[in-house]
Design a protein around this ligand. Structure first.
Ligand code: NCD
Length: 311
């Protein structure tokens, strides 16, 4: 294995990772997920993961906790800020300083862009960004690419449609930056008021073959992967604008009949009405597998951050 650049480092932005880094993480995930339980549980033995979620989370928090448990470590944290001193007015900075005293790696989700970068400057131990505002969700992008690699057996030469809330969905930005390392064609499909923030993809606009559409049907037959996102109701400054666009796209059996037979439907989840439950049992629906890969990939990230030579 090449040098482990992740050891004792923050994971704040997908922009800090080269293609080599990503492939190293994917290979490490393959290796660590096939270790025997007694070998795996050496990688986090006696170590503590500390988490703070200022926004709701199901998969990200639980997969990190489950991953840490599989490495033999333990987790402590705050997932309900109302039950902590944050409710009394304690600052993010002080909260980070305290959790830094009690843990070896910190997982942070916060509504502000830049929050993880800021936390990383304060803490002694590595910070992992579990979602910062509408800016980034780097570990989600890593698990999204890992899912493509496992399920489509490649990333290069895929034609990928990204559908839904491209304005506020942070997973979309991290995904686009990660995909910019590969030779892929990306079709962005959204209502016009939820189009991509051009300034946020400025650095990669020349690296990616990017096309914008408002109708999914226009491009549907070409897509190998449809990455569906939730309309981010909580990030709308005006709820009436949300009401106008909610339910714009729904992936259902009718959509599948017009798509490639082996199209894969992905979603970072939680899904709302944008994916019909009626397709859950099709081979095209891979969003639950994607969530499962999340635990494996995050176990590898924790092993790499906590150990100089985990494998
Ligand atoms: C996403 C998030 O928090 O950005 N959730 C997740 O971590 N899988 C997506 C979302 O909330 O829509």
């Amino acid at each position: 294995m090449p040098n482990n650049h992740l050891y004792d480092h923050d994971i704040v932005s997908i922009k800090d990772f080269t293609k080599q880094d990503l492939e190293f993480i994917f290979r490490s995930t393959d290796k660590i997920s096939t270790l025997r339980p007694n070998e795996k549980s050496e990688l986090g033995k006696g170590r503590t993961l500390g988490y703070i979620f200022y926004e709701p989370s199901t998969r990200t928090r639980m997969s990190f906790e489950a991953a840490m448990a599989s490495l033999g470590g333990s987790s402590i944290g705050i997932f309900d800020p109302k039950s902590s001193s944050i409710e009394k007015g304690e600052s993010l900075a002080d909260t980070i300083r305290i959790i830094d005293l009690y843990s070896d790696v910190i997982i942070l989700r916060h509504p502000l862009d830049g929050s993880s970068r800021f936390a990383g400057e304060l803490s002694r131990n590595p910070i992992i960004n579990a979602g910062s505002g509408s800016e980034e969700h780097p570990t989600q992008a890593m698990l999204d690419l890992y899912t493509m690699l496992k399920e489509k057996k490649k990333i290069n030469n895929l034609t990928i449609g990204i559908v839904g809330d491209l304005k506020y969905g942070r997973t979309v930005y991290s995904l686009l930056y990660a995909l910019a390392n590969y030779n892929v064609e990306v079709h962005l499909i959204s209502p016009s008021i939820l189009g991509i923030r051009k300034e946020s993809i400025y650095d990669i606009r020349k690296k990616l073959k990017l096309y914008e559409h408002s109708q999914l049907e226009d491009i549907l037959p070409k897509l190998d992967v449809i990455y569906v996102t939730r309309i981010q109701r909580e990030r709308f400054p005006d709820i009436q604008e949300y009401e106008k666009v909610k339910g714009t796209y729904t992936i259902d059996n009718n959509i599948l009949t017009k798509a490639k037979p082996d199209v894969s439907i992905m979603h970072p989840m939680p899904r709302m009405e944008e994916i019909s439950h009626s397709i859950d049992d099709t081979n095209n629906a891979i969003y639950f597998k994607q969530a499962a890969y999340g635990k494996e990939l995050r176990a590898a990230l924790l092993a790499l951050v906590l150990n100089e030579n985990p494998i």
